[in-house]
Design a protein. Structure first.
Lengths: 362, 518
């Protein structure tokens, strides 16, 4: 058995790493971090277990926040919504959960499952469904492995709960999204109930350890007065895309998402060039001024403040801000035809085919 | 007509008299315990040196670090009732949850959660629990708290419940009340923390602003006076009594704005070299570039607009030492305010950065003969280290490869060489009192930050225009001249993941103060 105890202090690194792999989206994990730290101080540390150590017949349940992270930064949760969603799901299934799952190792959702794990005493499985952040509920490796998102329970702070049973994970996204809006823009969910055997195949393994390591690296590099970009790029066999200052940012709300484009003027080694980044909540496509592709979804486009080295979200991008962009290879599952169907350039409306970031920068 | 700018720092109180864009006189004095006498000494000195008729002073602008220092040092803070309207939401993280323990203690750690607050679209989460507010009022009186901070979820979208709660409190308690919607933007914990810090400073702010007023009255100045806020713009003195928190970080802002004004340069790197540290930041369009991420004040996370300034441990009093390896280091340790006793040129025995500048003939302070025999190789190595430290920090703040100048201000700027890499260094006249100059030339602003629903024919362009007009109205109400209004910031951020086309618009305009623009 390999398991790790996560205490309140460890949550700083997890939140930092989660913000980095959030690829600009998923919201700032700060609120989730505070919730987890409070729950850990009250109930004790969280046990994170290896996916391979979970029994095949164990019931494993992801808990997450759905909706607008901006709303969550203002209307903080009551605190037990996710637990309530989990309890309702257990009642519906007639079975208790044996372990919890993090659906998204990026943004706010990288920290929220720790709060629920501390409160319930359930172990949290070292893995997630994305290896990063993506904007929609069905965009998880679990979908590729035929694991259903429903039954899914949504819960709000007022005490409303709702159980969905749908014909596909895409339908779950549509219906749950509509209810989330009625619940005030953010809701907590328990979804994708699965067996240990399904989890071992469907989940991306060891990604919670990964974000913790990333967070520790960002902190130690900053403490040593070094920009963390270099070390992180090497570690993931990624590529530096560019460092630039925002000269223009264009945003539009279409289809219920923050879509937009930011234009950058290169600085340092990139002086004299221009660059652009497209985003739909998360950063999707990076190009240079001549239209050459630098990195594309589902590869990760991660942003760090060029001066301070802290992760930057799409909502923090603003005129004059200097940002370093790094492209990291996505988990191999996202680069398969099934993965690209879910989160490839075409799904997001682009004409260009997927090209791995390492092929774009040989 | 003349303008009087005053900077009240922790150690020094500086004053300048300006006419149009000319600094007629600048004077440094010591900050005093009562504030008043230090201000009087500085301003009388400046008026005398300028040789002007004080009845022709049209405005007085004051910059102060008093309120920031009070929070950092946990001194002079009131016990506060921190009331949050938001139940059943928000219960997971009560007020002050992420504050350092000693600061929580200093403000009494009285948090109350009450049913109420709004959704992002301005509809109530729950009706306001007025009976609970009445009960809290009784508790406040029983426990002898001195101020109240009220924060509603999405208060910046709809402030009706904050105002209603305030009315209930004021009918039962004779205490000042801070509303979060008057202070901050979206981000509950940051805005609430700012409101609580603000309430905790209300006694100090009243005393301090009254001390300023008394100093000006005693000096025979009857003109209006203003105080600078964190982004380099001005607030009326009465506003500062109510919102002291808005002066946080005005110190670096004033020195950077002062540097811009003294040189006429709008794009530059400013290095403010003091006795122990140097603050380095960038000017863009004549304003300090703002910090990207949240800023920590006294251990509390805030979302104030602050200049993106970072400090390095290099100043006039920095210790110059040789490590066992033979490497010469400068700072970060410093003799600080003891420089006038301990530095070699002042008769002491400690080799400081100032001694190096004197030994090189770059500065004429103290007794140069006392450093004439310092090893030349050591002097050269120390100079190289000083230049390296300055170059590295300037490079970090540099906005573009364009050859923008470096402006050196502050008492320690004798350490600055004439060129840093490929950048030219400008050392303006009156560099030592740049902070007071920054205060004297501050502008008036108006700001709007709110979520709009782009529905029923309401377009993004219409909303931006409305926001701009509202911000302009606020600036004019605060004393700005319409013809000088400029938009400083204009941004819209759609609320991610949300249909319904909700968008958050932030507009800030600035303009010159009435009667003072040139």
């Amino acid at each position: 058995m390999s398991s790790v105890l996560i205490n309140a202090e460890d949550m700083d690194a997890i939140a930092l790493g989660g913000a980095f792999l959030g690829t600009g989206g998923g919201g700032d994990p700060y609120i989730g971090k505070l919730m987890a730290q409070q729950a850990i101080r009250e109930h004790g540390p969280v046990t994170v277990i290896s996916p391979m150590d979970v029994a095949d017949d164990a019931l494993c349940v992801p808990v997450a926040m759905m909706g607008a992270p901006t709303v969550m930064l203002e209307k903080l949760p009551r605190g037990d919504e996710a637990l309530e969603a989990l309890r309702q799901l257990e009642r519906f299934l007639g079975k208790k959960a044996d372990a919890l799952i993090c659906i998204e190792a990026g943004g706010l959702n990288s920290t929220i499952p720790f709060a629920v794990a501390a409160a319930t005493g359930l172990p949290l499985i070292d893995g997630d469904g994305m290896g990063r952040a993506f904007p929609e509920l069905q965009m998880v490796s679990l979908t590729m492995h035929g694991i259903k998102a429903t039954p899914l329970v949504l819960a709000d702070e007022k005490g409303n709960t709702s159980i969905l049973n749908t014909v596909s994970n895409l339908w779950t996204e549509r219906l749950a999204r509509a209810q989330t809006v009625q619940m005030g823009g953010a809701a907590l969910i328990a979804s994708y109930p699965m067996t240990g055997a399904q989890m071992k195949v469907g989940l991306l393994h060891d990604t919670l350890s990964l974000i913790k390591g990333v967070g520790e690296t960002i902190k130690s590099e900053r403490d040593a007065k070094r920009h963390p970009g270099d070390v992180l790029t090497r570690r993931f066999d990624g590529r530096k895309l560019f460092t630039g200052r925002v000269t223009d940012i264009e945003r539009a709300t279409t289809g219920g998402f923050a879509r937009g484009k930011a234009i950058f003027k290169g600085v340092d080694a990139y002086a004299g060039r221009t660059f652009s980044i497209d985003f739909q909540n998360e950063f999707l496509v990076a190009k240079d001024g001549e239209g050459r592709l630098l990195a594309t979804t589902p590869d990760l486009i991660c942003a760090l403040d060029a001066d301070g080295g802290l992760p930057v979200t799409t909502e923090q991008l603003r005129f004059g801000l200097a940002v370093s962009f790094i492209g990291l290879p996505a988990n191999p599952q996202w680069r398969t035809p099934a993965g690209l169907d879910l989160v490839g350039p075409k799904y997001f409306g682009y004409d260009h085919p997927f090209t791995p970031v390492e092929a774009l920068h040989p | 007509m003349y303008r009087l700018g005053i900077d009240v720092g922790g150690t020094n109180t500086d004053a300048v008299v300006m006419q149009g864009s000319t600094v007629l006189a600048g004077v440094k004095a010591s900050t005093t315990e009562d504030v008043t006498s230090g201000v009087i000494e500085a301003l009388e000195g400046a008026i005398e040196k300028a040789g002007i008729d004080r009845s022709k002073i049209s405005n007085v602008m004051i910059g102060t670090t008093h309120f920031t220092n009070a929070v950092i040092e946990r001194k002079h803070l009131n016990p506060v009732a921190a009331i949050r309207l938001g139940l059943p939401a928000t219960a997971c993280l009560p007020p002050m949850v992420d504050w350092p323990e000693d600061l929580r203690e200093a403000v009494g750690y009285n948090g109350y959660l009450v049913r109420g607050g709004y959704e992002f679209d301005g509809n109530p989460i729950a009706p306001l629990d007025e009976a609970e507010i009445e009960r809290i009022a009784g508790d406040i009186n029983a426990k002898g708290m001195k101020a109240v901070a009220i924060t509603s979820v999405f208060g910046p979208i709809n402030r009706a419940m904050e105002e209603r709660a305030k009315a209930i409190i004021e009918a039962r308690c004779d205490l000042p009340v801070t509303l979060s919607s008057d202070i901050g933007r979206i981000g509950l914990l940051e805005r609430e923390s700012a409101a609580i810090m603000n309430a905790s400073l209300l006694s100090l702010s009243t005393r301090t602003v009254d001390a300023f007023a008394k100093a000006l009255k005693d000096a025979g100045l009857s003109c209006p006076f203003y105080i600078t806020q964190n982004d380099g713009t001005l607030m009326g003195a009465e506003t500062v009594k109510a919102f002291p928190v808005l002066t946080f970080a005005s110190g670096p802002t004033n020195s950077m704005r002062g540097a811009a004004f003294l040189t006429g340069v709008k794009e530059a790197i400013v290095v403010d070299i003091g006795g122990t540290t140097s603050d380095v930041g960038a000017l863009h369009l004549g304003f300090p570039r703002q910090a990207a991420t949240v800023v920590d004040i006294g251990g509390v996370r805030t979302n104030f607009r602050m200049p993106d300034v970072f400090s390095i441990g290099l100043g006039g009093g920095s210790l110059v030492r040789t490590a066992p390896s033979g490497k010469v280091t400068v700072g970060p340790q410093s003799v600080g305010y003891r420089i006038t006793k301990e530095a070699m040129v002042f008769g002491g025995e400690t080799l400081t950065a100032t001694d190096i500048a004197v030994a090189l003939g770059k500065a004429d302070v103290g007794d140069a003969s006392r450093v004439a025999n310092v090893d030349r190789a050591l002097v050269e190595a120390a100079l190289a280290e000083i230049v390296r430290l300055l170059e590295t920090s300037v490079e970090r703040s540099r906005i573009s490869p364009d050859l923008i100048p470096v402006i050196a201000v502050g008492g320690g700027s004798i350490l600055m060489p004439d060129k840093l890499g490929d950048l030219t260094v400008i050392r303006p006249e009156n560099f030592a009192v740049a902070n007071a100059v920054g205060a004297a030339i501050a502008q008036i602003s108006g700001e709007v930050d709110r979520v709009y629903a782009l529905e029923n024919g309401l377009t993004r362009e219409i909303c931006l225009k409305q926001a701009e007009e509202e911000a302009t109205g606020k600036a004019i109400a605060a004393g700005a001249v319409l013809e000088t209004i400029q938009v400083l910031e204009r941004e819209d951020v759609p609320l991610a993941y949300l249909p319904g086309n909700a968008t958050r618009i932030h507009v800030k305009v600035v303009g010159e103060m009435g009667g003072t623009h040139v």
